[in-house]
Ligand binder design. Sequence first.
Ligand code: ATP
Length: 338
Amino acid sequence: MAVTDYTIATLGSHSSLQILKGAKDEGFKTLCIAKKGSEKVYKSFGVADEIISVDHFKELFDLQDELVKRNTILIPHGSFIAYMKIEDFKNLKVMYFGNKDVLEWESARDLERKWLTDANIKIPRIFDKPETIDRPVIVKFYGAKGGMGYFLAKDTDDFYEKIADHINEKYVIQEYIIGVPAYFHYFYSLLNNELEIMSFDKRYESNVDSIGRISARDQFALKKIDPSYVVVGNIPITVRESLLPEIFGMGERVIEKSKQLISERGLFGPFCLEGVITPEAEIYIFEISARIVAGTNLFEPYSPYTYIKYGKPMSTGRRIALEIKNAINKGKLLDIVC
Ligand code: ATP
């Protein structure tokens, strides 16, 4: 079958415009599953050949037979994870780009930690008992959307004082790494057995990115300004070129370990390592996202790095479609979908 016999579909949210645009550019039919009320905006961009309206994204499961009939390939992004359980994913009948076995590893903090440390990647220390806090820490709540409610604590007493406002919430206490945040976007092609650096971003977070606009004197005068990390946007960055070998190596090690720890195919497609770079140029990673991240939306039509490699528009969304197109042309589609 030809590329035009397939439909690339995704949920209308997160990075869907980029995914659908990339799919159209590579010659696929496109379908957007949009929440009622948001159809108009998706229609206005002209990247979805078809829009199916739903009240809730979970209705994707009721649409499965329809999607299978259209030879649909679903592209997951952050909203899939936010709205659906891993079990739901596993039962999907529609072709899904990526390896579903990876989902458990990235969503369970202990497995994620094992994966990263086995890949020889530095991660912030975790304090299992508040009594052992011996340096500044960041306290993160499970399922916190966009860093809502996270707080910093300088010692055990400070921790207990601040945690009092969060009774019954699950949290993790992580060493606070002093440095600049950076999110590293990669693409690993299973077909070519090749890792690509796609782009980098940092997040624009309220209020932590605005506290520096208020002098220390005024911060004291205003009494209680706790930093918060609610993501409101993304800012593109390039990194010092001398950091690229380490960043590339981290991506390679994560892929290699995933093949040993998770399953034969391991992690493939787009992924992101999220971390902090210290003044000593050490890179600490506190999270891995095993799919396209919203920070790549900045790089439509391309990033400095994808332009150097491809010399033409190549967003992460388009790279996904290109991989699927190459797989179809080589008769290897089943190798890269679940
Ligand atoms: P997700 O990526 O799942 O949406 P999140 O947005 O809820 O996660 P994180 O990305 O884990 O939260 O972190 C939010 C903010 O806190 C980011 O600015 C990040 O740079 C910062 N941060 C997280 N962990 C650390 C750490 N250990 N040391 C320093 N800064 C950190």
